[in-house]
Design a protein around this ligand. Structure first.
Ligand SMILES: Nc1ncnc2c1ncn2[C@@H]1O[C@H](COP(=O)(O)OP(=O)(O)OP(=O)(O)O)[C@@H](O)[C@H]1O
Ligand SMILES: CC(=O)N[C@H]1[C@@H]2OC[C@@H](O2)[C@@H](O)[C@@H]1O[C@H](C)C(=O)O
Length: 369
């Protein structure tokens, strides 16, 4: 199948759209991708929608700004698909399927609640292509964490490489998540903790720019190890995998525990970057054996200061996804194309070792144009 995968991640910086050819088992081709930036006005609407989502008790509730945000985000995804296809001289008729993740506005698996806004039917009708959406709902309803979903895709990609095992695939987006693959054993996976979200929020508050470009501020600062250790006291880091996080999970507690207000821009950025690296390293003691190689994807792979801190704390080889022939920026979009193909074939998306669901579970809802 020729599939377009779509991801709008927790960083809310853009919508990634990527082409992939797959039968939902093996990956035949990782095709080109684009990012359609999310404008400041839409980002502000999404931030409001996330606030309003705190009042959601049922996954179909759309209080406050949520309904408007959902329509807007759906239409931007339709634009992203067109922007991907046009320069490739492809039309919707050339595409078999779309995998549409949507925007997570609340994730509380403990309450069996996870909401990704995005109307599958509206997108299918707009594009004239079948769409699979709502990838997390079935897993959460069955008692799983509903995240991470990418491990089965990471496993399919790692099978194509010759690398010393175990191999860890680390995605550093707003939240960071890892998949550890050791031969044919079921992959072990979890969210590791904050990825870029706390760094982005801190940089936005201090400079107005919502990220630490190329890790420059962090590179010029001093890490406050005691502050990092204070956040790692949180019970989340003592839990073994599988486990997942809401984007805003550590927002308040980290700010308070770290006393960020007292740190300079550079020291704050360095300390938050070290927190991301340390929380990844905190997973290693829970693994049967430490990974020999770490492949890093997501926006965090563009931050050399973070990559250096990871290499130091993990004591293992750290490579970027681009170095192994994947697209670090589009890996999640490729993943949702792959997961859509699996969904169409009724293949499992989640497993006891990836989301804690009791038995392998398929997921996703199909919308026809
Ligand atoms: N050149 C760069 N230097 C430093 N950080 C960068 C750079 N480019 C991107 N980033 C970081 O990566 C983030 C975006 O990452 P990404 O697109 O992987 O996140 P996401 O997909 O939205 O999140 P998630 O994986 O949690 O859903 C930005 O918000 C920024 O913090
Ligand atoms: C609830 C939710 O949207 N979680 C995202 C988020 O962003 C990164 C991390 O937290 C990850 O577990 C998940 O996304 C990836 C794509 C996943 O499910 O594998």
């Amino acid at each position: 199948m020729r599939v377009v995968g779509l991801m709008s991640g927790t960083s809310m910086d853009g919508i990634d759209a990527a082409l992939i050819e797959t039968d939902g088992e093996t990956v035949a081709w990782l095709g080109p991708s684009i990012t359609r930036p999310i404008d400041a006005e839409t980002r502000a609407l999404l931030v409001t929608a996330m606030e309003d989502a705190r009042g959601v008790n049922h996954r179909d509730d759309r209080p406050g700004a949520l309904a408007e945000a959902e329509r807007r985000i759906t239409d931007l995804h339709a634009e992203a698909v067109r922007a991907l296809l046009e320069p490739l001289r492809l039309t919707p008729g050339d595409i078999d399927l779309v995998g549409f993740h949507g925007q997570t506005v609340i994730h509380r698996p403990d309450a069996r609640l996870t909401v990704q806004i995005g109307e599958g039917q509206r997108l299918a009708t707009a594009l004239g292509i079948p769409v699979v959406a709502d990838f997390r709902a079935a897993d959460v309803a069955a008692g799983g964490q509903g995240a991470p979903l990418v491990p089965v895709f990471h496993q399919a990609l790692v099978r194509r490489l010759t690398l010393p095992q175990p191999v860890a695939v680390l995605n550093v987006g707003g939240v960071a998540n890892v998949t550890v693959i050791d031969g044919d054993a079921p992959p072990i996976a979890c969210d590791t903790g904050p990825g870029n979200a706390l760094i982005d929020d801190f940089m936005k508050a201090r400079t107005g720019v919502p990220f630490d470009a190329d890790g420059r501020a962090a590179a010029a600062g001093q890490v406050d190890a005691a502050r990092v250790a204070a956040v790692l006291e949180d019970s989340f880091f003592r839990q073994p995998p599988p486990k997942s996080l809401d984007r805003n999970a550590f927002r308040r507690s980290a700010g308070e525990r770290m006393g960020l207000a007292w740190l300079s821009l550079e020291d704050g950025a360095a300390t938050l970057t070290a927190l991301t690296a340390a929380s990844v390293a905190a997973v290693v003691p829970f693994l049967p054996r430490p990974p020999a190689v770490w492949i890093v994807a997501g926006g965090g792979a563009r931050n050399p200061t973070l990559l250096a801190m990871l290499a130091q704390r993990l004591g293992a080889e750290v490579r970027t996804a681009d170095k192994v022939g994947w697209s670090g920026d589009a890996l999640e979009a490729h993943a949702f194309g792959y997961l859509a193909a699996r969904s169409l074939r009724g293949l499992p998306l989640t497993f006891p070792t990836t989301t804690g669901v009791a038995a392998p579970m398929t997921g996703g809802v199909l919308f026809r144009p």
